[in-house]
Every structure is written in C-alpha cells, then in structure tokens.
Design a protein around this ligand. Structure first.
Ligand code: ADP
Ligand code: ASP
Ligand code: MG
Length: 424
C-alpha cells in the first residue's frame, strides 16, 4: 500500500461521464488501500476557450499586469475540474476534498504564463490523507510570493502532478492520458508508431523538449531531480480492470539504462511546428557579431534554438537561427528595426513555415553514422535540410513545414521503429 499520485489530462476529464469514470478508477485504487492524490487538468478545450475569451479583450501589448489577469482566467479551468471530481468521488461514497494551487499552497515564481514551482507545502494534504480522504489538487497553477495566481505553461498539469509526488515522496506518479503510453513517435501522425514499455529518463527529457507533448518537459525534469517513479498510461481502459494489470501498463520512465534500451539506436522521433527561422544577411564577419545580433534578442526575452553562421564571402556572412513561432513577429521587428541598422546587415528575412524533426536515442552515444542515415532517409524523399543541430543523444533538422509528416514517417521506417524491438 502506498501513496500514489494520479494525473488526468483534459480529454480524460472531458465530460461529466468521463469524470465519473475517473472517480470510479480513483475509488478502486483508494479501496485497494492506497493513499490517493489526484491532479486533474481542465476539461478538454476549456483552457483554449478561456484564453480565447481573453484574447478578444486583451491589450495589443501584453504587460505583466495583463499576463497576471491571463493566469487568473486560465487557472479557473482546473478549479472547476477539481470540484467536479471531488463531487463524483463523494457520490462514489469516498471522502474527497479539492484544493486550488493557492490553497495547498503550491508556491511559484512570478513568471506569469510560465511560472516555475519553487516549493509545495504538504501539511494540509498530509492531514487529509491521514484522515482517509482522497485529495484532489488543481494542475497547472500555483501562487507567487505576493499572492497572485500563476500558471505553469501549457501542459503544466503534468508538472503539478510530478511536483506534488516529489514533495510528498509518493511511491509512484501515474500520468493518465488519451494514449496508452509513450510511443516511438506521435501515434496520431504515424499509425505504425509503437508503444515503448520503458523509456529512459534522458530520452524522455529530449523527446519532451523537442516537441512530444505527451509530457511537459518540466515534469520530466522534476521526475529526474527527485527520482519520482513516473508512468504514462491510458485513462480509456475500463475503470474496473485488474489494478495490478493497470499498474504494469503503459510506459515506465526509467532511471537506469537497461540492456534492452541499449539495443535501440534511435528510440523515438519528436517534432515541432512551434518554431520560425530568421536569417540576418550580409553582416560583417568580425568578432562579436553573434553577440551583437543575438544579445538584443535575448534581452527581449526571446528564446533562441538552432543557430547557424555561414562561411563568409568578402568579409560578410549570413547568420540564421530559430525562435518560438509566437515570438517571431517581435523578433523580426527587433532585428529589422534595431539590429540591422546597428550592425550594417544588408537584409533580414524570415520563414515561419518551418518545422523541426528530431531523432532521439541513448544508443546514438555508441553508434556512428546515425545522423548520416537520417540525412539519407530525408534525401530519398527529396526533403531539403535547412539547419542541423546535434547533441549526444539527438539529431534535429529544420525543414519546410509541409514535409513534416513525410519526414517523420520516413525516419520512423528508416530506423525500424515500426518493427517490434528485440527482446521486447
Ligand atoms: P493530456 O491532455 O492527457 O495531457 P496531451 O494532449 O497533452 O494529453 O498529450 C497526449 C498526446 O500527446 C497524445 O494524444 C499524442 O497525440 C501526443 N504525443 C506526441 N508525441 C507522443 C509520443 N511520442 N507518444 C505518445 N503520445 C504522443
Ligand atoms: N489545462 C492546461 C492546458 O491546457 C494544463 C494541462 O492540461 O496540462 O495547457
Ligand atoms: Mg498534456
């Protein structure tokens, strides 16, 4: 018998019928003798609906004051969910109590819309658990030092759940979602994608950071830092399946490299449409130029991802990099109106219709030629690579967005990911 955290995503909480199913599943675990904490998301579509309403009324330039209100609005989605789930559990005959982030409290910094959890107070929750209650805590939100409601970024309920599990030293954190685990790539794009029984923490971290939204990256970081046993599984199995079978299902995030994982050179493929490419052309090729271009971009709080500087001709060079697509208009404006005049750049051009496709695998550490196999597979499909970036366990390429699905499918096949893994 242990202390277990369940997290249910938006689709899993998508209707009163589904919430009733969640309650029945949680009740099954509680009746098996576990102490239960549940962290639900807002009902599916609700966060988008709330942010859509806000968009209609918000000022053109989002000040910290405006972002504060955005968080106050977005956080209400989860507040409804926890209350509904508590009622459904009580209807099942189980004592249950719900809390918003500020009631626990879940402390965060003040970075509205992307706040980070700094600590979680556990007294209230522990007292409820000791009294035999199921405790339901809002995902996605917390409170800053000044008492303002903050949210943790899209997909942030995963992080809430893992952070709660870490703070209370839970025995396991189970992330229930609308797929039955972590797949070799998004099964909605590649039907041949296979579920992985296990994935190493490092690979999961890369997959999440490179665009696989099945887990928010910060939740994986938390799991790594505090060694929280983490499993991704389906909320769509019948609620009354055998609890031991349920506990073994899905995908376990592992912290040890086992032999089986060593065999797969590439474990998964991640992709994202969330970036845009910018090229500053004809800048003088002299020391300090990268800083002169990227310094103001960083000062404007715009994240930069892949960077390329070309060889120079006649003392001039071109400099390309990617930014989040949401930051693209702001970045272009800054580069055209401030950076180009200051550096003497000839032109600034941009392309928001790009995507980044990445192969991930800890086996890449010990195998050579993996990147070139990737480039061959893409060239066989006639896909032009605009940018490349590598690290120890991943290779990413930036390509035209229209080729994204083709590229993911081709790579999935080229690395035999549709074949059952040896020993699996
Ligand atoms: P939730 O609302 O439960 O948090 P999300 O939509 O945030 O669910 O995440 C689950 C989705 O992640 C899946 O429906 C799937 O389309 C997507 N996904 C992307 N990459 C993967 C992957 N490698 N394995 C499984 N699902 C993936
Ligand atoms: N409801 C929030 C979102 O849609 C948080 C989450 O679902 O994890 O992003
Ligand atoms: Mg999610």
């Amino acid at each position: 018998m242990g202390l277990i955290v369940h997290k249910y995503g938006g689709t899993s909480m998508g209707s009163t019928e589904r919430i009733r199913n969640v309650a029945k599943r949680v009740a099954k675990w509680a009746r098996a003798g576990h102490q239960m904490i549940v962290v639900p998301s807002a009902m599916s579509g609700e966060t988008n609906r709330l942010l859509g309403l806000a968009k209609e009324l918000q000022p053109a330039t989002m000040t910290p004051e405006a972002l504060r209100e955005l968080d106050a609005i977005a956080a209400t989605g989860e507040q409804v969910s926890v209350g509904l789930l508590a009622l459904a559990l009580q209807a099942e005959g189980l004592p249950a109590v719900s809390y918003s982030g500020w009631q626990v409290p879940v402390h965060t910094d003040t970075a509205y819309t992307k706040a980070r959890i700094s600590s979680i107070e556990d007294e209230r929750v522990r007292a409820d658990l000791a009294a035999g209650k199921v405790v339901i805590i809002t995902g996605f939100q917390g409170i800053d030092d000044l008492g303002n409601v903050t949210t943790l970024g899209r997909g942030g309920s995963d992080t809430s759940a893992v952070a709660v599990a870490a703070a209370l030293k839970a025995d396991e954190c189970l992330i229930y979602t609308d797929v039955d685990g972590v797949y070799t790539t998004d099964p909605r794009i590649v039907p041949e994608a296979r579920r992985l029984a296990t994935i190493s923490f490092e690979e999961m971290l890369e997959m999440a950071s490179l665009g696989s939204k099945v887990l928010q990256i910060r939740s994986v970081e938390f799991a790594g830092k505090y060694r929280v046993p983490l499993r991704v599984l389906s909320s769509f199995t019948p609620w009354d399946i055998d609890i031991a079978e349920e506990a073994r299902s899905g995908t376990l995030i592992t912290f040890e490299e086992d032999e089986k994982m060593e065999q797969a050179v590439v474990s998964g493929i991640a992709f994202t449409r969330d970036e845009a490419k910018i090229t500053v052309m004809g800048v003088p090729d002299k020391p300090g130029i990268a800083y002169q271009i990227l310094g103001p971009v960083a000062d404007a709080n715009i994240d930069i991802d892949v960077i390329i500087q070309n060889v120079s001709h006649d003392g001039k060079t071109d400099f390309s990099f990617t930014v989040n697509r949401g930051d693209y208009p702001r970045a272009m404006d800054l580069l055209k109106n401030q950076v180009a005049p200051a550096t003497g750049a000839a032109q600034v051009i941009g392309d928001p219709k790009i995507c980044k496709v990445s192969i991930v695998g800890i086996g890449m550490r010990s195998h050579v030629g993996v990147a070139s196999s990737m480039f061959r597979a893409l060239s066989e499909e006639g896909i032009n690579i605009m940018m490349i970036s590598t690290s120890e366990i991943k290779t990413s390429v930036v390509i035209a967005e229209k080729y994204m699905e083709l590229a993911v499918r081709a790579l999935h096949k080229a690395f035999d990911l549709d074949q059952p893994a040896e020993g699996a």
